[in-house]
Design a protein around this ligand. Sequence first.
Ligand SMILES: C[S@@+](CC[C@H](N)C(=O)[O-])C[C@H]1O[C@@H](n2cnc3c(N)ncnc32)[C@H](O)[C@@H]1O
Length: 312
Amino acid sequence: MPRVSTVTLAGSIRSRLVLADFPAKEMGWLWQSCVDKGVIQKKKKKIHPNGISHWARLCNWRLQGVPLQYLIGWQPFGSLKILCRNHVLIPRWETEEWVNDLGQSILTCSKLGSIKSNLNLVDFCTGTGCIPLLLLKMTRHTNIFKQICAFDISPDALKLTQRNVVHNHLEHSTNFKVQYANILNGDNLFPEKIDMLTCNPPYISKNTFESDVEDSVKRYEPHLALVGDLEFYENLIQIWLPHINSFVYELGSYKQFNYVKEEIIKHNNNFPNNKFGLGMKFDSNGQIRCVFGFNEKIKSIFQNYGQLIIQI
Ligand SMILES: C[S@@+](CC[C@H](N)C(=O)[O-])C[C@H]1O[C@@H](n2cnc3c(N)ncnc32)[C@H](O)[C@@H]1O
């Protein structure tokens, strides 16, 4: 990490302005990414001016609002280093939190022997692949998951998920498939019963997107990954519920949670032999963040996961 005062910028006056306005920590990250990529190499204590101007360019982009993760190329997610690229949503800490807790619950049940191994996991709307990859990384020594399948509609996301599998050395851990699908159209994606279905769908309403979302997110992250209402929760109930033993869906509002809750109550009345328990989970900011459901087969994982609303 350079001390700004000792660096002579080969670039323009604009670049100097950038340095004056810029948080030192972020400059450090961008500097380190230049070093990692070999764009900046220190030779005989001198730094090549081309390297410096590349770094100054990154600083300028950052000042224009390009997310840091697209510039340095990655984001930590639990113990993973998740590669981030344009057109694919950057993983958020809120997601990291519930996924990490879910991994811990699975590990506890595996230790206690209250859950059988050889489960299959399906992740819809996988983006960078961060959710199934962290669950796999946390549990791989237990062989809990025999098969993992990650789906997305975006070809950029699918390519990036493939890269993230390899980048995190998880390609030999289990049978991990990455596949194109429009979740809202498909109902025949996975032939077997799904033990655990995870999904972080686009869930920010159009109004909230317009009024509350940061400019940098609006301008640089894919709208396809962000804007949605009830459609993925309706799809969960109408299409997937008969094919799954449990689900965890991230959400952004009580409207979405209440919809799932009402539908699970109806389902339990109609199918008393396949009842679902239901719960909600808050993030550490106190915001409602997930709805989860489970049947008898996979109940133990969810007993201490969040706040149970419907018991079975
Ligand atoms: C909120 S992002 C979640 C990404 C990642 N799972 C995460 O937690 O960071 C939503 C993802 O859903 C995908 N998506 C949007 N509509 C879809 C659809 N109809 N079928 C499948 N994937 C879809 C987007 O491409 C995007 O990658």
